[in-house]
Design a protein around this ligand. Structure first.
Ligand code: S3P
Length: 434
Protein backbone atom coordinates (compact mmCIF):
# COMPACT_ATOMS: atom_id res chain seq x y z
CA UNK A 1 0.00 0.00 0.00
CA UNK A 2 1.23 3.48 -0.91
CA UNK A 3 0.26 6.44 1.29
CA UNK A 4 0.08 9.96 0.01
CA UNK A 5 1.37 12.56 2.46
CA UNK A 6 0.04 16.07 1.94
CA UNK A 7 1.94 19.13 3.07
CA UNK A 8 0.73 20.34 6.46
CA UNK A 9 0.56 24.04 7.23
CA UNK A 10 0.55 23.22 10.93
CA UNK A 11 -0.22 20.27 13.19
CA UNK A 12 -2.69 20.60 16.03
CA UNK A 13 -4.60 18.21 18.24
CA UNK A 14 -4.61 15.71 21.06
CA UNK A 15 -3.44 12.13 20.56
CA UNK A 16 -3.06 8.92 22.52
CA UNK A 17 0.08 7.21 21.19
CA UNK A 18 -0.14 3.39 20.96
CA UNK A 19 0.75 1.18 23.95
CA UNK A 20 4.48 0.73 24.50
CA UNK A 21 5.91 -2.09 22.42
CA UNK A 22 8.87 -2.95 24.69
CA UNK A 23 6.72 -3.09 27.83
CA UNK A 24 3.94 -5.04 26.08
CA UNK A 25 6.38 -7.82 25.08
CA UNK A 26 7.89 -7.98 28.54
CA UNK A 27 4.60 -8.01 30.44
CA UNK A 28 3.35 -10.96 28.36
CA UNK A 29 6.62 -12.90 28.72
CA UNK A 30 6.93 -12.27 32.46
CA UNK A 31 3.26 -13.09 33.05
CA UNK A 32 3.85 -16.39 31.24
CA UNK A 33 6.84 -17.12 33.50
CA UNK A 34 4.78 -16.63 36.67
CA UNK A 35 2.68 -19.39 38.25
CA UNK A 36 -0.68 -17.69 38.22
CA UNK A 37 -3.06 -15.47 36.26
CA UNK A 38 -1.95 -11.95 35.27
CA UNK A 39 -3.98 -9.25 33.59
CA UNK A 40 -2.38 -6.87 31.11
CA UNK A 41 -4.25 -3.64 30.47
CA UNK A 42 -3.67 -1.62 27.29
CA UNK A 43 -1.67 -4.37 25.55
CA UNK A 44 -0.47 -3.30 22.11
CA UNK A 45 -2.42 -4.56 19.08
CA UNK A 46 0.61 -3.80 16.89
CA UNK A 47 2.14 -6.68 14.93
CA UNK A 48 5.31 -7.15 17.02
CA UNK A 49 3.67 -7.60 20.46
CA UNK A 50 1.05 -9.82 18.80
CA UNK A 51 3.92 -12.05 17.55
CA UNK A 52 4.95 -12.51 21.19
CA UNK A 53 1.40 -13.60 22.15
CA UNK A 54 1.16 -16.01 19.25
CA UNK A 55 4.49 -17.64 20.20
CA UNK A 56 3.38 -17.94 23.84
CA UNK A 57 0.15 -19.66 22.78
CA UNK A 58 2.18 -22.25 20.84
CA UNK A 59 4.11 -22.89 24.06
CA UNK A 60 0.92 -23.77 25.92
CA UNK A 61 0.42 -20.41 27.64
CA UNK A 62 -3.20 -19.27 27.86
CA UNK A 63 -3.44 -15.74 26.40
CA UNK A 64 -7.03 -14.56 26.15
CA UNK A 65 -8.60 -11.23 25.28
CA UNK A 66 -10.96 -10.20 28.04
CA UNK A 67 -13.31 -7.27 27.54
CA UNK A 68 -11.77 -5.82 24.36
CA UNK A 69 -8.66 -6.55 22.36
CA UNK A 70 -6.24 -4.63 24.59
CA UNK A 71 -6.96 -6.40 27.89
CA UNK A 72 -5.21 -9.75 27.98
CA UNK A 73 -5.44 -12.48 30.59
CA UNK A 74 -2.31 -14.62 30.72
CA UNK A 75 -2.33 -17.91 32.60
CA UNK A 76 1.28 -18.28 33.65
CA UNK A 77 2.81 -21.74 33.38
CA UNK A 78 5.86 -21.09 35.59
CA UNK A 79 9.50 -21.29 34.60
CA UNK A 80 9.38 -25.02 33.94
CA UNK A 81 5.89 -25.28 32.48
CA UNK A 82 6.32 -24.42 28.78
CA UNK A 83 5.17 -27.16 26.39
CA UNK A 84 7.38 -28.25 23.54
CA UNK A 85 5.76 -26.42 20.58
CA UNK A 86 4.40 -28.53 17.75
CA UNK A 87 5.10 -25.73 15.28
CA UNK A 88 7.80 -23.20 14.50
CA UNK A 89 7.68 -20.09 16.70
CA UNK A 90 7.27 -17.26 14.20
CA UNK A 91 8.60 -14.02 15.67
CA UNK A 92 7.61 -12.06 12.54
CA UNK A 93 9.56 -8.79 12.36
CA UNK A 94 10.19 -8.62 16.10
CA UNK A 95 13.77 -8.64 17.38
CA UNK A 96 12.53 -8.26 20.95
CA UNK A 97 10.37 -11.41 20.65
CA UNK A 98 13.24 -13.44 19.21
CA UNK A 99 15.92 -12.27 21.63
CA UNK A 100 13.87 -12.25 24.86
CA UNK A 101 11.85 -15.38 24.17
CA UNK A 102 15.07 -17.00 22.89
CA UNK A 103 16.65 -16.24 26.28
CA UNK A 104 13.71 -17.76 28.15
CA UNK A 105 13.41 -20.92 26.04
CA UNK A 106 17.16 -21.51 25.97
CA UNK A 107 17.19 -21.17 29.78
CA UNK A 108 14.20 -23.47 30.19
CA UNK A 109 15.69 -25.91 27.66
CA UNK A 110 12.49 -26.16 25.62
CA UNK A 111 13.22 -27.84 22.25
CA UNK A 112 11.95 -25.26 19.78
CA UNK A 113 12.74 -23.31 16.62
CA UNK A 114 12.33 -19.54 16.41
CA UNK A 115 11.86 -18.08 12.93
CA UNK A 116 11.28 -14.58 11.59
CA UNK A 117 10.52 -12.64 8.44
CA UNK A 118 13.17 -11.70 5.88
CA UNK A 119 14.32 -8.66 7.85
CA UNK A 120 14.57 -10.48 11.19
CA UNK A 121 16.29 -13.44 9.51
CA UNK A 122 19.06 -11.13 8.33
CA UNK A 123 19.76 -9.57 11.75
CA UNK A 124 22.55 -11.02 13.84
CA UNK A 125 21.54 -13.24 16.75
CA UNK A 126 25.19 -14.05 17.54
CA UNK A 127 25.11 -11.44 20.28
CA UNK A 128 22.69 -13.64 22.26
CA UNK A 129 23.89 -17.05 21.04
CA UNK A 130 27.45 -16.62 22.39
CA UNK A 131 26.62 -15.74 26.03
CA UNK A 132 23.76 -18.26 26.21
CA UNK A 133 26.13 -21.04 25.08
CA UNK A 134 28.58 -19.88 27.78
CA UNK A 135 25.71 -20.33 30.25
CA UNK A 136 25.35 -23.99 29.22
CA UNK A 137 22.36 -23.53 26.89
CA UNK A 138 22.06 -25.33 23.60
CA UNK A 139 21.14 -22.74 21.00
CA UNK A 140 22.33 -22.44 17.43
CA UNK A 141 21.56 -20.33 14.38
CA UNK A 142 21.80 -20.59 10.62
CA UNK A 143 25.47 -19.98 9.71
CA UNK A 144 26.01 -19.66 13.47
CA UNK A 145 24.32 -16.27 13.70
CA UNK A 146 20.96 -15.94 11.96
CA UNK A 147 17.41 -17.16 12.53
CA UNK A 148 16.03 -19.78 12.50
CA UNK A 149 17.33 -20.32 16.03
CA UNK A 150 17.28 -23.91 17.21
CA UNK A 151 17.02 -24.57 20.94
CA UNK A 152 17.54 -27.94 22.66
CA UNK A 153 17.44 -29.40 26.17
CA UNK A 154 20.57 -28.84 28.26
CA UNK A 155 22.14 -30.06 31.51
CA UNK A 156 21.59 -26.94 33.58
CA UNK A 157 22.20 -23.18 33.38
CA UNK A 158 25.44 -21.78 34.80
CA UNK A 159 25.59 -18.25 36.16
CA UNK A 160 28.02 -15.97 34.29
CA UNK A 161 29.46 -12.49 34.76
CA UNK A 162 28.69 -10.70 31.53
CA UNK A 163 29.99 -7.20 30.73
CA UNK A 164 27.70 -6.07 27.90
CA UNK A 165 29.77 -5.66 24.72
CA UNK A 166 27.09 -3.37 23.25
CA UNK A 167 24.52 -1.27 25.14
CA UNK A 168 21.55 -3.35 23.99
CA UNK A 169 18.48 -3.89 26.18
CA UNK A 170 17.52 -6.94 24.15
CA UNK A 171 20.89 -8.57 24.81
CA UNK A 172 20.86 -7.55 28.49
CA UNK A 173 17.33 -8.95 28.86
CA UNK A 174 18.09 -12.21 27.03
CA UNK A 175 21.02 -12.97 29.37
CA UNK A 176 19.09 -11.96 32.52
CA UNK A 177 16.09 -14.06 31.48
CA UNK A 178 18.31 -17.11 30.92
CA UNK A 179 19.88 -16.28 34.28
CA UNK A 180 16.46 -16.86 35.90
CA UNK A 181 16.99 -20.59 35.29
CA UNK A 182 20.40 -20.84 36.99
CA UNK A 183 20.95 -21.81 40.64
CA UNK A 184 23.93 -19.42 40.78
CA UNK A 185 23.39 -15.75 39.98
CA UNK A 186 24.13 -14.30 36.56
CA UNK A 187 25.55 -10.79 36.58
CA UNK A 188 25.14 -8.43 33.66
CA UNK A 189 27.34 -5.36 33.82
CA UNK A 190 26.43 -2.33 31.76
CA UNK A 191 28.60 0.76 31.32
CA UNK A 192 25.95 2.74 29.46
CA UNK A 193 22.46 2.09 30.72
CA UNK A 194 19.95 0.90 28.12
CA UNK A 195 16.18 0.73 28.67
CA UNK A 196 15.53 -0.86 32.05
CA UNK A 197 11.99 -2.27 31.69
CA UNK A 198 13.13 -5.86 32.34
CA UNK A 199 14.83 -4.98 35.63
CA UNK A 200 11.94 -2.78 36.75
CA UNK A 201 9.14 -5.20 35.96
CA UNK A 202 10.96 -8.22 37.42
CA UNK A 203 12.35 -6.15 40.32
CA UNK A 204 15.81 -7.63 39.74
CA UNK A 205 18.57 -6.71 42.12
CA UNK A 206 20.93 -4.06 40.74
CA UNK A 207 23.72 -1.90 42.08
CA UNK A 208 26.06 0.73 40.73
CA UNK A 209 29.78 -0.10 41.06
CA UNK A 210 33.02 1.30 39.60
CA UNK A 211 32.75 -1.14 36.67
CA UNK A 212 29.23 0.02 35.83
CA UNK A 213 25.73 -1.02 36.78
CA UNK A 214 25.45 -4.67 37.83
CA UNK A 215 22.11 -6.47 37.47
CA UNK A 216 21.62 -10.00 38.81
CA UNK A 217 19.16 -12.78 38.14
CA UNK A 218 18.83 -16.39 39.31
CA UNK A 219 16.28 -19.09 40.02
CA UNK A 220 15.69 -17.57 43.46
CA UNK A 221 14.06 -14.44 41.90
CA UNK A 222 10.29 -14.69 42.31
CA UNK A 223 8.17 -13.84 39.29
CA UNK A 224 4.78 -12.91 40.71
CA UNK A 225 1.56 -12.82 38.70
CA UNK A 226 0.39 -9.20 38.59
CA UNK A 227 -1.69 -6.59 36.84
CA UNK A 228 0.35 -4.78 34.21
CA UNK A 229 -0.77 -1.45 32.74
CA UNK A 230 1.06 -0.51 29.57
CA UNK A 231 1.81 3.22 29.09
CA UNK A 232 1.83 4.97 25.72
CA UNK A 233 4.94 4.32 23.65
CA UNK A 234 7.52 7.10 23.96
CA UNK A 235 9.19 5.92 20.73
CA UNK A 236 5.89 6.45 18.87
CA UNK A 237 5.36 9.78 20.65
CA UNK A 238 8.77 10.93 19.38
CA UNK A 239 7.40 11.30 15.83
CA UNK A 240 4.94 13.91 17.13
CA UNK A 241 7.56 15.60 19.33
CA UNK A 242 9.55 16.36 16.19
CA UNK A 243 6.52 17.01 13.95
CA UNK A 244 5.08 19.54 16.40
CA UNK A 245 8.40 21.33 16.78
CA UNK A 246 9.30 21.65 13.06
CA UNK A 247 5.86 22.83 11.88
CA UNK A 248 5.07 26.49 12.56
CA UNK A 249 1.94 27.39 14.58
CA UNK A 250 1.61 23.87 15.91
CA UNK A 251 0.45 22.57 19.23
CA UNK A 252 0.09 18.87 20.02
CA UNK A 253 -0.85 17.22 23.29
CA UNK A 254 0.13 13.60 23.79
CA UNK A 255 -1.76 11.74 26.48
CA UNK A 256 -0.46 8.98 28.72
CA UNK A 257 3.11 8.63 27.45
CA UNK A 258 5.74 6.49 29.20
CA UNK A 259 8.63 8.75 30.23
CA UNK A 260 11.06 6.21 31.64
CA UNK A 261 14.37 8.15 31.71
CA UNK A 262 16.18 5.30 29.93
CA UNK A 263 13.98 6.04 26.89
CA UNK A 264 13.68 9.82 26.72
CA UNK A 265 17.11 11.16 25.70
CA UNK A 266 15.63 12.67 22.55
CA UNK A 267 13.80 15.17 24.79
CA UNK A 268 17.05 16.55 26.17
CA UNK A 269 18.63 16.60 22.69
CA UNK A 270 15.68 18.48 21.18
CA UNK A 271 15.65 20.86 24.15
CA UNK A 272 19.32 21.61 23.60
CA UNK A 273 18.44 22.33 19.97
CA UNK A 274 15.88 24.92 21.10
CA UNK A 275 12.61 23.04 21.64
CA UNK A 276 10.68 23.07 24.89
CA UNK A 277 8.14 20.57 26.11
CA UNK A 278 5.73 20.67 29.03
CA UNK A 279 4.98 17.62 31.13
CA UNK A 280 1.64 17.46 32.90
CA UNK A 281 -0.15 14.95 35.04
CA UNK A 282 3.09 13.14 35.90
CA UNK A 283 2.35 9.89 37.66
CA UNK A 284 3.45 6.27 38.05
CA UNK A 285 1.53 3.56 36.27
CA UNK A 286 2.62 0.25 37.69
CA UNK A 287 6.40 0.42 37.74
CA UNK A 288 6.76 3.02 34.97
CA UNK A 289 6.56 6.84 35.02
CA UNK A 290 3.91 8.37 32.75
CA UNK A 291 2.90 11.92 31.75
CA UNK A 292 1.00 13.98 29.20
CA UNK A 293 3.38 15.94 26.95
CA UNK A 294 2.63 19.33 25.39
CA UNK A 295 4.55 20.21 22.23
CA UNK A 296 4.87 23.59 20.47
CA UNK A 297 6.68 24.85 17.39
CA UNK A 298 10.26 26.00 17.93
CA UNK A 299 13.22 27.33 16.01
CA UNK A 300 15.92 24.68 16.11
CA UNK A 301 19.70 24.94 16.01
CA UNK A 302 22.12 22.23 14.90
CA UNK A 303 23.70 19.87 17.44
CA UNK A 304 26.38 17.19 17.71
CA UNK A 305 24.68 14.82 20.16
CA UNK A 306 26.75 12.81 22.64
CA UNK A 307 26.82 9.14 21.48
CA UNK A 308 26.55 8.09 25.15
CA UNK A 309 22.90 9.19 24.88
CA UNK A 310 22.12 6.91 21.93
CA UNK A 311 21.16 3.78 23.92
CA UNK A 312 18.40 5.96 25.41
CA UNK A 313 17.14 7.18 22.04
CA UNK A 314 18.23 4.46 19.61
CA UNK A 315 14.76 4.10 18.04
CA UNK A 316 14.32 7.89 17.88
CA UNK A 317 17.49 8.60 15.87
CA UNK A 318 15.77 8.47 12.43
CA UNK A 319 13.18 11.08 13.45
CA UNK A 320 15.87 13.12 15.24
CA UNK A 321 17.75 13.22 11.92
CA UNK A 322 14.59 14.66 10.35
CA UNK A 323 14.59 17.39 13.02
CA UNK A 324 18.23 18.12 12.16
CA UNK A 325 17.27 18.85 8.53
CA UNK A 326 15.18 21.79 9.84
CA UNK A 327 17.74 22.99 12.40
CA UNK A 328 20.01 25.86 11.41
CA UNK A 329 23.60 24.71 10.83
CA UNK A 330 25.60 21.50 10.66
CA UNK A 331 24.55 18.60 12.89
CA UNK A 332 26.87 15.63 13.18
CA UNK A 333 25.83 12.18 14.38
CA UNK A 334 28.76 9.91 15.25
CA UNK A 335 28.86 6.57 17.06
CA UNK A 336 25.48 5.35 15.77
CA UNK A 337 26.75 2.26 13.93
CA UNK A 338 24.15 0.17 15.80
CA UNK A 339 21.49 1.71 13.52
CA UNK A 340 22.84 -0.47 10.74
CA UNK A 341 21.58 -3.57 12.64
CA UNK A 342 17.92 -2.59 13.01
CA UNK A 343 14.90 -3.73 10.95
CA UNK A 344 16.85 -2.32 8.02
CA UNK A 345 20.17 -0.46 7.86
CA UNK A 346 18.62 2.74 9.19
CA UNK A 347 21.67 4.91 8.42
CA UNK A 348 21.69 3.90 4.76
CA UNK A 349 17.89 4.11 4.61
CA UNK A 350 17.70 7.63 6.04
CA UNK A 351 20.53 8.76 3.72
CA UNK A 352 18.50 7.54 0.71
CA UNK A 353 15.33 9.24 2.04
CA UNK A 354 17.19 12.52 2.56
CA UNK A 355 18.82 12.33 -0.89
CA UNK A 356 15.38 11.96 -2.47
CA UNK A 357 14.09 14.93 -0.44
CA UNK A 358 16.95 17.22 -1.49
CA UNK A 359 18.34 17.51 2.08
CA UNK A 360 22.06 18.21 2.31
CA UNK A 361 23.57 15.22 4.05
CA UNK A 362 26.62 13.03 4.02
CA UNK A 363 26.46 9.42 5.15
CA UNK A 364 29.43 8.27 7.25
CA UNK A 365 30.26 4.74 8.46
CA UNK A 366 28.77 5.39 11.92
CA UNK A 367 26.47 8.33 11.40
CA UNK A 368 25.55 11.29 9.26
CA UNK A 369 26.46 14.92 8.70
CA UNK A 370 23.34 17.02 8.13
CA UNK A 371 23.46 20.61 6.90
CA UNK A 372 20.12 21.86 8.12
CA UNK A 373 18.14 24.98 7.44
CA UNK A 374 14.96 26.25 9.09
CA UNK A 375 13.46 27.11 5.69
CA UNK A 376 14.17 23.71 4.19
CA UNK A 377 11.29 22.45 2.03
CA UNK A 378 11.73 18.79 1.02
CA UNK A 379 11.09 18.01 -2.64
CA UNK A 380 7.98 16.08 -3.46
CA UNK A 381 9.23 12.48 -3.70
CA UNK A 382 8.42 8.78 -3.55
CA UNK A 383 9.97 7.31 -0.43
CA UNK A 384 10.87 3.62 -0.06
CA UNK A 385 10.53 2.14 3.43
CA UNK A 386 12.35 -1.20 3.26
CA UNK A 387 9.25 -2.34 5.23
CA UNK A 388 10.73 -0.60 8.28
CA UNK A 389 8.02 1.04 10.40
CA UNK A 390 10.25 3.78 11.82
CA UNK A 391 11.65 4.70 8.38
CA UNK A 392 8.09 4.98 7.04
CA UNK A 393 6.99 7.26 9.90
CA UNK A 394 10.13 9.42 9.77
CA UNK A 395 9.66 9.87 5.99
CA UNK A 396 6.02 10.84 6.49
CA UNK A 397 6.93 13.61 8.94
CA UNK A 398 9.68 14.81 6.58
CA UNK A 399 7.20 14.77 3.66
CA UNK A 400 4.61 16.72 5.65
CA UNK A 401 6.99 19.74 5.40
CA UNK A 402 7.12 19.52 1.62
CA UNK A 403 5.44 21.98 -0.77
CA UNK A 404 3.46 19.27 -2.50
CA UNK A 405 2.37 15.65 -2.16
CA UNK A 406 4.77 12.76 -1.56
CA UNK A 407 4.28 9.01 -1.56
CA UNK A 408 5.38 6.52 1.10
CA UNK A 409 5.74 2.97 -0.22
CA UNK A 410 4.68 -0.13 1.76
CA UNK A 411 3.06 2.23 4.23
CA UNK A 412 1.26 -0.63 6.00
CA UNK A 413 4.56 -1.46 7.77
CA UNK A 414 3.75 1.19 10.40
CA UNK A 415 1.44 -1.48 11.90
CA UNK A 416 4.58 -3.16 13.31
CA UNK A 417 4.49 -0.65 16.18
CA UNK A 418 1.82 1.98 15.40
CA UNK A 419 -1.29 0.74 13.56
CA UNK A 420 -3.09 4.12 13.87
CA UNK A 421 -0.19 6.25 12.66
CA UNK A 422 -1.77 7.36 9.36
CA UNK A 423 -5.11 8.17 11.03
CA UNK A 424 -3.28 10.19 13.68
CA UNK A 425 -1.32 12.10 11.03
CA UNK A 426 -4.61 12.94 9.28
CA UNK A 427 -6.21 14.03 12.54
CA UNK A 428 -3.41 16.51 13.22
CA UNK A 429 -3.14 17.89 9.69
CA UNK A 430 -6.09 20.25 9.61
CA UNK A 431 -4.79 22.71 6.99
CA UNK A 432 -3.52 21.61 3.59
CA UNK A 433 -1.73 23.63 0.95
CA UNK A 434 -2.75 22.16 -2.40
C1 S3P B 1 14.31 -2.92 22.53
C2 S3P B 1 15.64 -2.57 22.54
C3 S3P B 1 16.29 -1.86 21.44
C4 S3P B 1 15.29 -1.21 20.53
C5 S3P B 1 14.15 -2.11 20.18
C6 S3P B 1 13.41 -2.55 21.42
C7 S3P B 1 13.75 -3.65 23.69
O1 S3P B 1 17.03 -2.80 20.67
O2 S3P B 1 15.92 -0.75 19.35
O3 S3P B 1 13.23 -1.44 19.32
O4 S3P B 1 12.52 -3.74 23.80
O5 S3P B 1 14.55 -4.14 24.49
P1 S3P B 1 18.55 -3.18 21.02
O6 S3P B 1 18.55 -3.91 22.30
O7 S3P B 1 19.00 -4.05 19.88
O8 S3P B 1 19.29 -1.89 21.09
Amino acid sequence: MEKEVKPAASLNGILNPPPDKSISHRSALFAALSDDVSIIQNYSVAADPQSTLSCLRKLGVGCEQVGGETTIKISGVGRDGFSKPAELLDCGNSGTTMRLLGGILAGAGVPSVLTGDESLSSRTMKRIIDPLIDMGCRISGRQGLYAPLQIERHDGVKGIKFPLPIPSAQLKSAVLLTGLFGEEPTEVIEKIQSRDHTERLLELHSEVSDVGRIIRSSRTDRIPAQTYTIPGDFSAAAFWLVAGVIHANSSIELKNVGINPTRTAVISILEEMGASFHFENMRAEGKEPVADILIHSAELNAINPDPALFPNCIDELPILMVAMCFAEGRSIIRGAEELRHKETDRLAAMAEIFNRSGAKIELTPDGMVIDGNRDFRPKSATYPTWHDHRIAMASAILASKSKSHSLIENAECTAISYPDFWDHLNELTYAFKE
